[in-house]
Design a protein around this ligand. Sequence first.
Ligand SMILES: [Zn+2]
Length: 152
Amino acid sequence: MSNAHVNDEIIQVFALDKNYYHPEASAHLEQCKTCREAVAAYQRMFSGIQSSPPAVFDFDVKALVLPQLPVPGKPQTMRKSGWLPVLVIVLGAVLPLGIGGYAFRKDLAGIFNSSLPYLLFCLGPAATLLLLWLVTDILSRHGQKMARLEYY
Ligand SMILES: [Zn+2]
């Protein structure tokens, strides 16, 4: 530690413990006014922190947080509003298919046999687009998660 100043970590240790001894740093501190002033500044800061009153919330943290915590042992249930869209989708798809299938039950085999090429022509591009959308969505979410990890 020839001409370089003592690093901040060691200066903080000196500020916290006056009996601390580090062979090179202690020798440097005896000669360097800048480092001694840094130790003194940290000592003032630490004593200021210790003498300051403890932080107190001006609102009731317990009353705000406790109702939002999950109750241990109680299983998490899906909210009622979460079932309504599922029910609407299932009824919206099953009811028309069931009614249509029952009404055209004699023609069902003919409909599927004659329209299979047209169905493949329509479903192929839709499936391809859906697959592309899913892949881009997965890549986008992965990018967002990786960006979020950069903060930690
Ligand atoms: Zn120094």
